[in-house]
Design a binder for this molecule. Structure first.
Ligand code: SF4
Ligand code: SF4
Length: 228
């Protein structure tokens, strides 16, 4: 599976998952794993969970901010490793409030026990569609194409000595690319900066049925959303 397809697959799983395992290191150096619910929306870059201010989880990350999330849907399994911090911004806490939280935090968002933790991914390891993959977030967070495809992990780099569409100014090994040309004419770094995204041409590349279209459909659009 290509890396942009893996990213889309991971994001789809994270949208569906009900509960996640959230691991931290306690102040005395032991791992501590708890089951939590993700506050939506979230994606491969990270997300938010709620917990009690006085609980082990919140107390642990004030001493050691390293954390890990494991999510599993069917046979697919994702582990995200990164850092966590407590969110104090009231607007974010208001936005992430879910009605049933009132059963835990009876004073609402001002309840001193209502705590939101922000998790930021640094690296990913996974078993998805019977394939193993491991990569750092740095490997895809900077734009490497105009359409959202991750050129750096493309087979054509080696097999066709392709330098990618950015370095070749829209003329990779097979000739001029219409998407790259359109971005260059609009002076955009990538389609994620375009107010017409996703236009019909981009949708055809990302969601079409052709051999080189995304599997699952829309993977490039997912990457462009994150670059945006
Ligand atoms: S389809 Fe065009 S914009 Fe996308 S990676 Fe290939 S050359 Fe670049
Ligand atoms: S989204 Fe479509 S119109 Fe906008 S820059 Fe990309 S190819 Fe061009």
């Amino acid at each position: 599976m290509k890396q942009h397809d893996i990213i889309k697959k991971v994001n789809d799983i994270l949208k569906d998952v009900q509960n996640i395992s959230f691991a931290t290191i306690t102040p005395d150096g032991y791992p501590h794993v708890a089951t939590r619910t993700f506050c939506k929306p979230t994606n491969i870059l990270g997300g938010y969970i709620s917990t009690n201010t006085s609980g082990n989880l919140a107390q642990s990350i004030t001493k050691n901010n390293k954390a890990s999330i494991c999510a599993s849907v069917g046979d697919d399994n994702i582990t995200l490793v990164g850092t966590a911090k407590i969110v104090y911004d009231k607007k974010i806490k208001e936005k992430l409030w879910i009605d049933w939280f009132i059963n835990h935090y009876t004073q609402g968002i001002d309840d001193p026990e209502y705590c939101i933790i922000e998790f930021t991914t640094e690296r990913v390891s996974l078993w998805v569609d019977r394939e193993i993959a491991k990569f750092n977030i740095d490997s895809f967070i900077n734009p490497v194409s105009y359409c959202g495809l991750l050129c750096t992990t493309c087979d054509f780099v080696k097999s066709n000595n392709c330098n990618g569409c950015i370095a070749t100014k829209g003329n990779p090994f097979y000739g001029e690319c219409k998407i790259a040309k359109c971005c260059l004419e609009k002076e955009l770094a990538h389609c994620g900066q375009c107010d017409k995204m996703p236009c019909d041409m981009l949708k055809e590349y990302s969601c079409g049925d052709g051999e080189h279209c995304d599997k699952p459909k829309g993977s490039r659009l997912e990457v462009l959303e994150m670059w945006k």
